[in-house]
Design a protein around this ligand. Structure first.
Ligand code: PHE
Length: 472
């Protein structure tokens, strides 16, 4: 075994468990809870699930391993980490840093929406939340969503302010197990429900589960399959929190003797497990009460369809709604702290400032930014047509630039850097530096050099709308 290297200051994770839970906390977020179930329902149920699982084990694992190894080996955050690998590639560090810097402008806004829904359920207003127009009238009001976004941002900053072990790790160690228990609990409950609608049709939770897991090949064309593949790929990216500096920063806090091979497997299992469970809960729940057509697109699944489902459930509904939204708030909080942390860490390295001072300054900046983004639905309302064909407001624009446009680009460049400039051995050596075996070493080599860059390039073409033009 190699002699343990010095860990960065006093601010690292205490060990493997703390690291895995914090990283899984980052990975498990609203992406698992609403985006995965919605995509699974849209893209042929089991078909999407199979494609997604294959991608997690190959492509997701490659990107996650690269990020974490870069962090642990350089002991630095994105900007300085890439500069340390090769000074000519510092620009990639800067690009990577920009991703969380942009995501931070809107993540607390979504966290605020979820928190608001939680308060609605605990104050016994479940009926109101199910009413038509509730969501829209809430997000377009100029005060309430600002208030909740600011609270969520402040809470996030408070945790980051307390440091890696005393803040992030501690919170993740409490929240993650609670979250896992809650999601298993709600999912099992949903299996037991059934409902007969006005036309006399009875649908059961188990029937819904079948809809969710059965691969649907109906009308599948090569073009459609390509869409499923791209959907699964972009979901994977977002879900594993890769290529945005988060896992580089978290990796830089990992002790040299931690088994990275095993940690990465565990992070993948938790993230994918929660996504599968969320689907197994949400798809049947919506199916039982609204049929397959009830699966609405995007955030409205969580904020419009689900409250209606809870309202139709009878006495259990409001309780379940409360549990669901507190769980979602927890998931969003551990993700939100993981967006702020790399920004703080990068700024600490750039300005040689303390954690406390940096966090406070960033908190003020991002409170202002979040307020502006929230008001993008009211005072500053405007609509823009995005290159992928959808229309969006301020929040969607930030989301589009960071997730659809920059992430595949950053990822593509980092595959080229590792695969072709410094070589995969650089990462493999780091994974094995603790004396543990890197089990998917051969796969890693092929993925990072050939498969991942091509897939990233396709994803990039798709998000910029160029692929659509070619396929048409
Ligand atoms: N991985 C998180 C999820 O699945 C989302 C996330 C995106 C977290 C960006 C941090 C940064 O919801």
């Amino acid at each position: 075994m190699e002699k343990p290297k010095k860990t960065k200051g006093s601010g690292g994770f205490s060990g493997q468990l703390g690291f895995v839970l914090a990283a899984a906390g980052s990975a498990v977020g609203v992406g698992n809870l609403w985006r995965f179930p919605y995509l699974a329902a849209k893209d042929g149920g089991g078909l999407f699930i199979i494609v997604y699982l294959v991608l997690v084990l190959t492509f997701g694992f490659t990107l996650l391993t690269s990020d974490i190894a870069i962090g642990r080996k350089t002991k630095k955050s994105a900007i300085h980490a890439y500069a340390a690998i090769n000074p000519k590639w510092k620009f990639l560090g800067i690009l990577t840093f920009l991703v969380p810097a942009l995501i931070m402008t809107y993540y607390a806004v979504i966290g605020g929406w979820i928190t608001k829904y939680f308060t609605v359920y605990v104050t016994g207003m479940a009926e109101a939340a199910a009413a038509d127009g509730f969501f829209v009238s809430f997000i377009t009001s100029p005060v309430s969503p600002v208030f909740f976004a600011l609270i969520f941002m402040a809470l996030t900053a408070l945790i980051v302010y307390k440091g890696v072990e005393g803040g992030i790790e501690k919170v993740s160690k409490i929240i993650m197990p609670v979250l896992l228990v809650m999601i298993v609990g709600i999912t099992v409950f949903v299996f037991t429900i059934s409902h007969t609608d006005d036309s006399g049709v009875t649908r059961t939770g188990l029937g819904g589960l079948l809809v969710y897991f059965t691969p649907n090949f109906e009308g599948l064309t090569p073009g459609k399959f390509m869409q499923v593949l791209l959907d699964a790929m972009s979901q994977l990216f977002f879900s594993l929190s890769v290529s945005m500096g988060i896992m580089i920063t978290y990796g830089s806090y990992v002790k040299p003797d931690v088994n990275l091979n095993k940690s990465i497997n565990q992070i993948e299992i938790v993230d994918t497990g929660v996504a599968l469970l969320a689907g197994a809960m949400l798809v049947p729940a919506v199916y039982v009460f609204s049929g397959v057509e009830g699966m609405s697109v995007g955030p409205s699944l969580m904020f419009v369809s689900l409250p209606k489902v809870f309202a139709s459930m009878g006495p259990a509904g409001p309780v379940l709604g409360g549990v669901f939204f507190i769980m979602a708030a927890f998931a969003a909080l551990t993700s939100c702290i993981s967006v702020l942390e790399p920004i703080v860490a990068d700024c600490m390295e750039l300005f040689k400032s303390t954690r406390k001072k940096t966090t406070l300054v960033l908190m003020i900046i991002y409170m202002a930014a979040s307020a502006v983004v929230v008001l993008g639905y009211s005072i500053f309302y405007f609509e823009v047509k995005l290159p992928n064909g959808s229309t969006g407001q301020l929040l969607d624009i930030m989301d589009y630039i960071s997730n659809s446009f920059m992430m595949p680009f950053v990822s593509l460049l980092s595959c080229i850097l590792i695969g072709w400039v410094i070589g995969p051995k650089w990462v493999i050596d780091e994974v094995e530096s603790s004396g543990h075996r890197f089990t998917r070493k051969a796969l890693y080599r092929v993925m990072i050099k050939y498969v991942a860059p091509i897939m990233m390039f396709l994803l990039f073409l798709q998000s910029t709308g160029i692929l659509g033009l070619i396929i048409k």
